[in-house]
Design a protein around this ligand. Structure first.
Ligand code: ZN
Ligand code: ZN
Length: 230
């Protein structure tokens, strides 16, 4: 946990709390991008508690809101799979209309008590791509970085803020000969420096002359990254 700067394990003084109150489901919620499958036991809980006509109710709500995430504004009409219907008060069988709203999987997974929600890294990347094409990505704002970044990166984002480093772009799409070749989770395009989660993205960017670091490197050698970004 120190390694991941989990909940500020390294940077904040509430270390004993993070340790004593460690919740395996919450942990997998945040770091799901690193795992291909959830441990059994967590996955089993996912579909319990819904009404039998839930699928129809959910579909109706999504279409009434025109397949737009009510938090980030993302239009998912062509990617309906990435849109969920969320119970605002957290009660899964309370299907009154005012208790339901569509959220993209990314915004949904960041709601309180959504430990059960597993988002694949590819899906986070697709959502970032769509947000970019729909001009929903704001720059120059740390809170936006926090909201948009994969939650596995929050420990790194905390450190970047603490060191007062330049604000990165989230889900930066690297182009070569007018084609997007890869997506970099956190990027400083002017300096050609980035932090990538998967090895293939890293390799593609390195081929284009970028300096790419893994989370592991960044958390171990933060001072080096800080130096190259200053
Ligand atoms: Zn959203
Ligand atoms: Zn929900």
């Amino acid at each position: 946990m120190k390694y991941l700067n989990y909940k500020g394990f390294q940077t904040q003084s509430r270390t004993p709390d993070v340790f004593n109150k460690f919740d395996i489901e919450e942990f997998f919620d945040g770091y799901s991008s690193f795992f291909k499958h959830l441990p059994s036991g967590i996955a089993d809980k996912i579909s319990s508690g819904y009404a039998s006509d839930w699928d129809d109710i959910s579909k109706k709500i999504k279409s009434e809101f025109n397949y737009i995430c009510q938090q980030c504004g993302l239009d998912l009409i062509n990617n309906k799979r990435l849109l969920h219907t969320h119970h605002i008060n957290g009660v899964k069988h309370d299907n009154r209309k005012e208790n339901l709203k569509p959220l993209c999987v990314d915004c949904h997974s960041k709601q309180p008590n959504h430990q059960h929600l597993f988002v694949r890294h590819e899906d986070t990347q697709t959502i970032n791509h769509l947000r970019r094409t729909q001009n929903l990505i704001l720059r120059d704002d740390w809170s936006a970085v926090f909201k948009l970044a994969d939650s596995a990166l929050h420990g790194v984002v905390d450190l970047l803020m603490e060191y007062k480093l330049p604000i990165p772009e989230v889900g930066y799409e690297l182009e070569a000969s007018n084609k997007t070749i890869t997506q970099i989770e956190l990027a400083w395009p002017v300096r050609k420096i980035g932090i990538a989660i998967d090895k293939e993205s890293a390799r593609n960017a390195i081929d284009e002359g970028w300096e790419i670091h893994s989370m592991r490197y960044v958390l171990n050698q933060f001072d080096f990254l800080a130096q190259s970004l200053r």
